[in-house]
Design a protein around this ligand. Structure first.
Ligand code: SF4
Length: 735
């Protein structure tokens, strides 16, 4: 495999040209990329009314491989009817996530019934009839409704409304398995659960912390903004157990100077152990206090529980902080000095922070550090959770949560005279556990791959198989269509965002709402998500005063509802007339005003847990996305920036391999307290901190326990204690 010296660059350009050529040609791909639709992939946000490849600062051309891969997937030919006769479920279970993804577009409803060997195609009328009959048989709280962050605000709003009118609050979304900790941690401290800055602010910062993520692979256009920060003399501190190539050097294909330069991104790389961020961030805060670099005026005017926090910080010993992070005190102090000199700092983080049993505490440690120097509530400074799916934030904003925000609940009841259920709803893991117990009988998944996203894959398979009916709405195949199949499993083909018959909206991670115009269907067969949901509403709920499913099938009508009930979304009610995209009110903090009970920003203390595996001598595993995938969707087997040509690998530091007398590409068994994987190849990977290992999500979920952060209910995909043994050696008994 070619050894790259940077991310992006010519390789990205060649790949894009190849992908365009095999997906209908350069012209077709350019038209798809330039259409007035929000990018389908990550939440950084591109496109909309300004046309595709335009970012929130008006930068053009801004496009990346991930966006091309998503378009190429939607431009695939149809899966023909004989496919289902030729390929049985058992065979499809042996296919890799990439093979399933690239089988083509789903165009016909298909049904699998336990005991059968194959899916069969069925007519829409029969499919919708089966769903309506099942829902009429069950009690509302025997059902759950799961949403991926790829669907539109309108589809999300309509489906949670349907679920609540049906009578349940078992409504949740994919962020429970990714950024929920960011929402919980930010909300309890600041009274808002999303980024406090705009893309413009990021580019005005003179220091950016990038914590627990690899945006070079997962949010590539963020590299443009980081390059601009560096060009203005700013600094980037990367905190990650892995020295990711694309965070060291990245050449921006649309920037000739960057293509001719070294493309340096990180000014400083800090490599704590997996799970060591909490100790490190606490240490940097302690150093800031000790060097007297605190913004006392800000804390005086805007801080809450400051004294308690400072007392707690003083009690934390440097020795313990070193033990709990794997980072030396001098390194913590050096980073603190950089921070102390900063006039405007942005803290960005992804799932390396949220995928822990202490995910919310990790977020609190970041917020505490920002507040200490008054880096929240002014231009050029603030907090930036780097979200995954292109509309994962919007889905949450419009009400797709087990517990509706009080304002939304009250306004729906008062303005639309609805009576909504008040029974406590279940989050994603709680739904899986209830399904495993047999308490839930029906699951409805709007996009995504619930099976594939779950930890403890064996448990997820059993839980979903115990359902009477599982309905999934998707554009292409994934592992959730062949594993965890209920007594009856229905897969309904849907239109992609740029094939929607009506305009829809999406919210970026910078709280910016875009209007996507949709476009013509590429293939006959798939239906829009909104059309399917409205039809189920008609059949199961029927029309009621204020609830007319024909009217609710109009996205412009749904925007009127959203404008009236969702806080900060009033402007969406004018969008159809003005085409004016907007930042949601009250989210961007350019002044230190906090929507908390006392209007102050609150500090939080926490317990510093020991590093996973440190007491048992086991290795610490983190599951990651490769450069060739986006969340559970795998477009390429290879992981370019980590130099891997296959996914059944375990990446380990050469020192750990030597200590275990393991040879490169030797087949091993990886075993955790939850499961084991055998036949994987161990590969030397000097970029990772010794004592830690890396495998790909979702395949490695077999090893990940179901335990969740008690505050965010998010599983710890990023800190699993594992043993690694040569294949021919019997596994040690689990500790
Ligand atoms: S960085 Fe994200 S939003 Fe931008 S083009 Fe790539 S996938 Fe789309």
């Amino acid at each position: 495999m070619t050894k790259l010296r940077s991310g992006g660059g010519w390789r990205a350009i060649f790949y894009s040209l190849q992908t365009a050529r095999r997906s209908g040609g350069l012209r077709a791909m350019y038209q798809a990329l330039r259409s007035k639709n929000a990018c389908k992939t990550c939440a950084l946000g591109m496109g909309g009314q300004q046309g595709g490849m335009v970012n929130e600062r008006g930068g053009f051309p801004e496009v990346c491989k991930k966006s091309l891969q998503a378009h190429a997937s939607d431009m695939q030919p149809a899966i023909t009817a004989d496919f289902w006769a030729r390929h049985g479920v058992y065979e499809l279970q042996q296919w890799s996530p990439r093979q399933l993804e690239s089988a083509g577009r789903l165009i016909q409803p298909i049904l699998y019934e336990q005991g059968a060997t194959h899916y069969r195609t069925i007519q829409w009328k029969e499919a919708l009839g089966l769903i309506a009959d099942k829902l009429r048989q069950l009690l509302p709280d025997q059902t759950f409704w799961y949403f991926s962050g790829r669907s539109s605000n309108e589809a999300g709003f309509l489906l949670h409304l349907l679920a609540r009118l049906y009578g349940t609050n078992n409504v949740n979304n994919c962020s429970y398995y990714c950024h929920q900790a960011s929402g919980v941690g930010l909300n309890r401290a600041l009274g808002t659960g999303t980024a406090t800055i705009t893309l413009e602010d990021l580019e005005q910062a003179d220091l950016v912390f990038l914590i627990g993520g690899n945006p070079a692979s997962n949010h590539p256009r963020l590299m443009t903004s980081l390059l601009h920060v560096r060009r203005r003399g700013g600094k980037i501190v990367v905190i990650n157990p892995v020295r990711e190539l694309g965070l060291e050097r990245f050449r921006i294909p649309s920037d000739w100077r960057s293509m001719l330069s070294s493309g340096r991104i990180a000014h400083r790389f800090v490599q704590p152990h997996i799970g060591g961020d909490l100790g490190l961030l606490t240490g940097i805060a302690k150093a800031i206090v000790e060097m007297g670099a605190v913004d006392s005026a800000f804390l005086e005017q805007h801080g809450a529980d400051v004294e308690a926090y400072l007392r707690w910080l003083a009690e934390q010993s440097w020795h313990e902080l070193e033990q709990r992070s794997g980072v030396e005190v001098n390194e913590m102090r050096a980073v603190a000095e950089l921070y102390a000199r900063s006039r405007a700092t942005v803290f960005g983080w992804t799932m390396g922070i949220t995928h822990h049993r202490h995910g919310v505490d990790n977020v609190s440690a970041i917020v505490n550090l920002a507040l200490l120097r008054g880096m929240v509530g002014r231009p050029g400074a603030g907090l930036m959770p780097i979200r995954g799916h292109s509309n994962v934030q919007g889905i949450g904003s419009v009400g797709v949560t087990p517990q509706l925000k009080q304002e939304i609940f009250e306004r729906l009841e008062s303005q639309f005279h609805l009576q909504l259920p008040t029974t406590p709803g279940l989050d994603t893991m709680a739904c899986m556990q209830a399904a495993a117990r047999g308490d839930l009988r029906f699951g409805f998944c709007l996009g995504g791959n619930l099976y594939g996203s779950n930890p403890d894959a064996q448990f997820a398979d059993q839980a979903l198989r115990s359902l009477d009916m599982l309905v999934m709405l998707n554009t292409t195949l994934n592992t959730g269509h062949v594993h965890g199949l209920a007594k009856q499993t229905l897969v309904l083909p849907v239109r992609a965002r740029d094939e929607e018959p009506q305009p829809t909206t999406q919210e970026s991670m910078f709280n910016y709402v875009r209007l996507s115009e949709g476009g013509p269907a590429r293939l006959p067969g798939p239906r829009s998500e909104i059309e399917i949901i409205a039809e189920i509403g008609r059949r199961v709920i029927g029309n009621r005063p204020m609830v007319d499913w024909d009217q609710l099938q109009q996205t412009s009508s749904l925007r009127q509802w959203i404008a009236q009930v969702v806080p900060g979304f009033a402007a969406i009610g004018q969008l159809d007339r003005t085409r004016q995209e907007f930042h949601i009110d009250g989210r961007i903090l350019h002044r230190p005003t906090f929507a908390t009970a006392d209007g102050r920003a609150r500090f939080f203390t926490y317990h510093l847990p020991p590093l996973v595996g440190s007491q048992t001598g086991q290795l610490r595993l983190m599951t990651v996305r490769s450069e060739g995938q986006f969340n559970t969707v795998v477009y390429e087997e290879e992981d370019l920036y980590r130099g891997q040509d296959r996914r059944d690998v375990l990446l380990m530091h050469p020192a750990d391999m030597n200590a275990r007398r393991l040879a490169p590409d030797q087949e091993v068994t990886i075993r955790s307290a939850t499961g084991q994987l055998s036949g994987y190849r161990v590969r030397p990977f000097p970029r990772i901190r010794p004592g830690n290992v890396l495998m790909y999500f979702p395949e490695a979920n077999v090893l990940v326990p179901r335990e969740v952060d008690p505050l965010s209910r998010t599983p710890a995909f990023k800190a699993v204690a594992v043993d690694v043994l040569p294949l021919d050696q019997e596994p040690l008994p689990t500790t």
